[in-house]
Design a protein around this ligand. Structure first.
Ligand SMILES: CC(C)[C@H](C(=O)O)[C@@H](O)C(=O)O
Ligand code: SF4
Length: 476
């Protein structure tokens, strides 16, 4: 029974709706899972355990499976063979094809027009909905919280538990509200908000918390922007990030394949409206970020909280890890970021590979050329994003600028498919992690928004996108 007298947060409501067995001092709660997203990297072992124990998948109809991490971003040859980076990548893909077929799970396989990065296709299909519990063997599952869902990443063992029982054991995290007060200056977007709040609370500031993002600047974001923000909540250490559903959420989902239809839709929207945090609800921690002061952000270290405004200078390292990071990044202290040379740019990943992100990058690149010596990769998040971008001729803008237009997937975000930089490369990347070696051995990653990444590709240095964006406004 839920207690109707106490004011509740969105998170409290989501949690309470899914308790199968309540938490006690001795044991975590058993939570029901509404949607289980599956990809080729973290599922093989889970299926193997299931198969060894002769267990069935409990609710195949609650699973959406796709291929994204190990998939090539170059097309198949005339025989339909894909250029996999290695045997492991090919095996992962083949194993998921077999597991999905054996267990009657819907799979968006290579060549399927609905395939894409798991966190891009969930919302795109309308499978991600307010009020749901959503899990995936992937840390950036927090992305789906943008719809007012309780969404979090789980480990491979837990993937097995969810496959077998459709439930998961969880202790209730503490709650944090991050309120962005005021509105964003022009030329500043969701990625900058994400890097700004992470710089403010630290990469482990959200540890043990479920975060709700609130405030005027969050309400003003598009659904894509909210996804970018929730995607990065995990980089601030949080278990999940969420935004209360509103008219924008409903508008985004209406008519999508997996969304309810007809009278079911009306009933669902009525219910979803009740999810927003009650006025008097309290949080274990409240953080306020002044949105009006945020500038385009970049990272200069090897953790996402080493972030500063693009028009600033590299800070003096103060601690041992900062010294180590600064030696790796080789920016030098007290140097304007705008002097740092860039030789690769990656526009993609579940953080920033949606159509609005590609439009933003195209706005900067239109009629311009990628600087000599810079390799720029633009990788749409899904087949649907690719089609939408091509319908608007965005791909032509990228190609004419000298960038490469690729097939959808995680690509250089993690480099599991072979899309990697060379040792020493400085990559401005729209992804979410700047960890040492993530984009290739010895590669240095600078996280930024699509506009900043595109401007950096044009200048061959870390660049402030604001002049490009205002240029466009004047000529529009
Ligand atoms: C492969 C997967 C386990 C991993 C994650 O969980 O985040 C990946 O998506 C990443 O971004 O590093
Ligand atoms: S795009 Fe990057 S962060 Fe997102 S799921 Fe793929 S590898 Fe992980």
């Amino acid at each position: 029974m839920t207690d109707i007298s106490r004011p509740k947060s969105l998170f409290d409501k989501l949690w309470e709706r899914h308790i199968v067995v309540p938490e006690t001092d001795e044991s975590p709660a058993v939570l029901y899972i509404d949607l289980h997203l599956v990809h080729e990297v973290t599922s093989p072992q889970a299926f193997a355990v299931l198969n060894q124990r002769g267990l069935k998948v409990r609710r195949p109809d609650r699973i959406v499976a796709t291929m994204d991490h190990s998939t090539p971003t170059l097309p198949a040859n005339e025989n339909g063979e894909y250029p996999y980076a290695n045997e492991q990548a090919k095996n992962q893909v083949e194993t998921l094809i077999k597991n999905a077929a054996d267990h009657d799970i819907e799979l968006f396989n290579m060549g399927d027009p609905r395939r894409g990065i798991v966190h891009v296709i969930g919302p795109e299909l309308g499978a991600t909905q307010p009020g749901k519990t959503i899990v995936c063997g992937d840390s950036h599952t927090s992305t789906h919280g943008a719809f007012g869902a309780l969404a979090f990443g789980i480990g491979t063992t837990e993937v097995g538990h969810v496959l077998a029982t459709q439930c998961i054991l969880q202790r209730k995290p503490k709650s944090m509200r991050i309120t962005f007060e005021g509105s964003l200056p022009s030329g500043v977007g969701a990625k900058d908000m994400a890097l700004a709040f992470i710089a403010q609370i630290g990469a482990d500031g959200g540890q043990g918390y479920a975060v709700e993002f609130a405030g005027e600047a969050v309400r003003d974001l598009s659904m894509e922007g909210r996804m970018t923000l929730c995607n990065m909540s995990i980089e601030g250490g949080a278990r999940s990030g969420m935004v209360a559903p509103d008219e924008k959420t409903f508008e985004f989902l209406k008519g999508r394949d997996f969304a309810p239809k007809g009278a079911d839709w009306d009933a669902a929207v009525e219910d979803w409206k009740s999810l927003a945090t009650d006025e008097e609800a309290s949080f274990d921690r409240e953080v306020v970020v002044d949105a009006s002061k945020i500038r385009p952000m970049i990272t200069y270290g090897v953790s996402p909280d080493a972030a500063g405004a693009v028009d600033g200078t590299t800070p003096e390292p103060k601690t041992e890890p900062q010294l180590h990071a600064s030696e790796y990044m080789k920016f030098g202290a007290g140097r304007p970021f705008s002097e740092v040379e860039v030789n690769r740019v990656f526009i993609g990943s579940c953080t920033n590979s949606r159509i609005s992100d590609l439009r933003e990058a195209a706005m900067v690149m239109r009629g311009r050329k990628v600087s000599d010596g810079v390799i720029a990769l633009v990788v749409p998040g899904s087949e649907a994003v690719k089609r939408a971008a091509e319908a608007e001729n965005l791909h032509k803008i990228f190609i004419e600028a000298g960038a490469e237009w690729r097939e959808p997937g995680c690509s250089m975000c993690l480099g599991m498919n072979g899309d990697q930089g060379q040792p020493g490369d400085l990559v401005v990347s729209t992804s979410n992690r700047n960890f040492i070696g993530r984009q290739g051995k010895g590669v240095r990653t600078v996280l930024a928004s699509p506009a900043t990444a595109a401007a950096s590709a044009i200048e061959g240095r870390i660049a402030d996108p604001r002049s490009y964006l205002s240029d466009q406004k004047e000529s529009a």
